[in-house]
Design a protein around this ligand. Structure first.
Ligand SMILES: [Zn+2]
Length: 156
């Protein structure tokens, strides 16, 4: 992770990255603090996916980008700058500067397909590592940020 181009609100979007050929990350639910959404958009095709940490499909992402994906675009622009986000996702913007709005609207006007949710597990495990290794001091005590993960599930 590089330092953000501009300050981000980590509570809303705790994790965003350009990796694995996708813009991907984790977005907090607006209504339920125990729920997060794992969202992604693929470079080139803009194929999108959004599901909860419990692997339920996001109701807002049927047929188009949901608010979580739009929040991810917004945070990615803050984190990486609009030019870099547009270049990574291969969004060609004509007659305008790359921005959160032009990047999102250009991708949406391409009528992107819905991706399968296979990416979600890998995004979530990257989020876990991000929390564990980059933000939290080593500890053997319970970590509240980890409560999304059922204790029985092994994470590679
Ligand atoms: Zn969503």
């Amino acid at each position: 992770m590089v330092p953000p181009a501009r300050p981000r609100k980590l509570a809303k979007v705790p994790f965003v990255e350009l990796a694995d050929g996708r813009l991907q990350g984790v977005v907090s639910s607006g209504s339920d603090i125990e729920r997060v959404y794992v969202s992604s958009v693929a470079a080139g095709t803009y194929a999108f996916a959004c599901s909860t940490n419990n692997n339920r499909p996001c109701g807002g992402a049927r047929g188009g980008f949901c608010n979580h994906i739009l929040a991810l675009v917004r945070e990615a622009v803050l984190q990486y700058g609009a030019e870099r986000v547009a270049r990574y996702l291969r969004v060609e913007i004509v007659d305008a500067e790359p921005s959160e709005q032009t990047i999102a609207s250009t991708m949406m006007s391409a009528r992107p397909p819905q991706a399968d949710s296979a990416a979600a597990a890998s995004v979530f495990s990257r989020f876990l590592r991000h929390l564990a290794y980059l933000e939290l001091a080593p500890t053997t005590l319970p970590v509240p940020e980890m409560q999304w993960f059922p204790p029985s599930r092994a994470v590679a």
